[in-house]
Write a protein that binds this ligand. Structure first.
Ligand code: GLN
Length: 304
């Protein structure tokens, strides 16, 4: 090992500062956060634990583990991949090579989905307070289970079905459901989008692959080299998945039910057109993510 790389004998605080500086000079935007997450994981400490232990010295074992993380991070691997975990909607989710790293942008889908459920015109009875209804929810291409598990956490009486063509992804989703105490309300099915489901559903959600095939090569290296391409590649025009899943989802929705999907930049108009063609009504405008980019699109199956 080159000298200067070992953290053994340094205080946690000093290691944190020197690592932040190293990540910054390597051009990593989230240098401070990444340093904190990797040190926390290397030492098995959460944020509070790290503050309390600021002056404790790192052991050779802790240093070796941290050095391995650092080598991988400097090699371009995202922290979520190194630690095989990412927080989404406040929930810690385990990841595998077959699952996309959940993005904060995707929380926009959860927010819009909850709004669409609350405004379900078929549920306006005082005895059926929206939060406590036994909603039926489907998540098509669930990956790590992120969207579905966030919704089940928010809706204590809802039941959810997550589908994915990757059995390895579904294993991760199932493990996440179990860790979060949601396994009794979540069922995972290996199939293409909605092929293995029967309705009716009150809500269908999806973050499908939507990147144009030709654009994959130009994605940020952290995405291109580490996220599964099956979860990114939306075909020549980026709309293959939407064309497949929107008509399927529309058929599965009960009266008043809603479909909410994540959209790539500039794709919301065509997604709304596909929803309209499938008999859904674009009731609310697309919801923007934190960067102001329209990110989540909703369609309602109007009750007759
Ligand atoms: N948000 C991802 C990206 O821009 C794409 C995810 C997807 O295709 N659903 O890299």
């Amino acid at each position: 090992m080159r000298s200067g790389q070992s953290f053994a004998g340094q205080t946690l605080e000093r290691a944190r500062r020197s690592l932040t500086a190293r990540f910054t000079s390597a051009g990593i935007d989230s240098a401070e956060l990444d340093a904190r997450l990797l040190i926390g994981a290397g030492l098995g400490l959460d944020l509070t634990g790290m503050i309390i232990a600021a002056n404790r010295l790192l052991s050779p074992g802790e240093s070796a583990r941290l050095e391995d993380f650092v080598r991988r991070r400097l090699g371009g691997e995202p922290v979520a991949r190194i630690l095989s975990t990412k927080e989404f909607w406040g929930l810690p989710l385990k990841l595998s090579a077959e699952t996309l790293v959940p993005r904060p942008d995707t929380e926009t889908v959860v927010e819009l989905a909850l709004e669409m459920l609350r405004a379900n015109p078929a549920a306006n009875s005082p005895r059926n307070l929206p939060r406590n209804r036994s909603w039926r929810i489907a998540d098509l291409g669930t990956g790590s289970g992120a969207i579905l598990l966030a919704l089940l956490r928010e809706l204590p009486d809802a039941r959810g079905f997550g589908t994915d063509i990757s059995a390895a992804a579904l294993q991760m989703a199932q493990a996440n459901a179990a860790d979060l105490g949601l396994a009794d309300r979540a069922t995972f099915i290996a199939c293409d989008y909605a092929a293995g489901l029967s309705g009716p559903f009150d809500l269908v959600v999806s973050n499908p692959p939507y990147v144009r095939s030709a654009d994959i090569a130009g994605l940020a290296a952290e995405v291109r080299d580490h996220d599964p391409h099956r979860a990114l590649d939306g075909g020549v025009d980026g709309f293959d998945a939407y064309r497949a899943l929107i008509p399927q989802a529309a058929r599965l929705l009960g009266p008043g039910g809603a479909l909410v999907v994540e959209s790539g930049q500039g794709q919301t108009g065509q997604i709304e057109d596909l929803m309209t063609a499938a008999g859904l009504t674009a009731e609310s405008p697309p919801r923007a993510d934190l960067a102001g980019i329209p990110r989540a699109v909703a369609g309602r199956k109007m009750p007759l």
